[in-house]
Design a protein around this ligand. Structure first.
Ligand SMILES: O=C(CO)[C@H](O)[C@H](O)COP(=O)(O)O
Length: 222
């Protein structure tokens, strides 16, 4: 009997952002369990996307779905209140630029959102262990954050496996290059929250793409 649930969260990063509502609704109608919203500030990563004003507009049109914002930003503390005001469900931030991680975790919780802790490929997983008990999810990046469509880093799987071995009930998310060819590696290592961008967005049958990801994870969870 598995302790964790499989969740598939497409990243809308490489969708038609001029048509964000329809793209998001289409992904939910195709079986997505949540939406993974990539917020980039051009400083923490060399790319710029959107912030809380866009997320809030999307939330007004999609009141019920679970929204996770993946905060690829230099100062995650700055955006907690605006994202809570946009009714974001889970605020996932990178620990690398943060001096006081417990303080950021506390503020996210006080604002009513769930807490996700993210690490870049070069960050060792044990750096995060002292904070895991107070988090809802850990995100292991399987590409350097910044862009969709990059090659999956298989060598991140020991991090996922280490987390699963040590934290059987933890929600472990992977993000970057995840699709039909790489999902088995993620599932086998123990990931249960799956972000997939281009592999879903560019697939003519998004329902099928999401269902393939789900079946693979469920196979290893059961
Ligand atoms: O966080 C991200 C990039 O920083 C994206 O969520 C991720 O790369 C998704 O796209 P793809 O599945 O195409 O890699």
């Amino acid at each position: 009997m598995s302790h964790v649930k499989c969740m598939i969260g497409p990243s809308i990063l490489n969708s038609d952002l001029s048509n964000l509502y329809n793209e998001s609704q289409n992904l939910l109608d195709s079986g997505a369990d949540y939406l993974h919203l990539d917020v980039m500030d051009g400083t923490f990563v060399p790319n710029l996307t959107f912030g809380h004003p866009v997320v809030k507009c999307l939330r007004n049109k999609i009141p019920k779905a679970f929204f996770e914002t993946h905060m690829m930003v230099q100062n995650p503390e700055q955006w907690i209140e605006p994202m809570a005001d946009a009714n974001v469900d889970q605020y996932t931030f990178h620990i690398e630029p943060v001096n006081n991680v417990p303080q950021v975790i506390r503020k996210i919780k006080e604002s009513g959102m769930k807490v996700g802790l993210a690490i870049k490929p070069k960050t060792p997983v044990d750096v995060i262990s002292e904070y895991i008990e107070s988090a809802d999810l850990v995100l292991i990046m399987t590409v350097e954050p910044g862009f969709g469509g990059q090659k999956f880093m298989q060598d991140m799987m020991p991090k996922v496996k280490w987390l699963r071995d040590n934290y059987p009930t933890l929600n472990i998310e992977v993000d970057g290059g995840v699709g039909a060819n790489t999902i088995d590696d993620c599932a086998k290592a123990g990931a249960n929250w799956i972000v997939s961008g281009t592999a879903v967005i560019n697939c003519p049958d998004r329902k099928q793409a999401i269902s393939t990801l789900k079946s693979s994870v469920q196979k290893y969870l059961s």
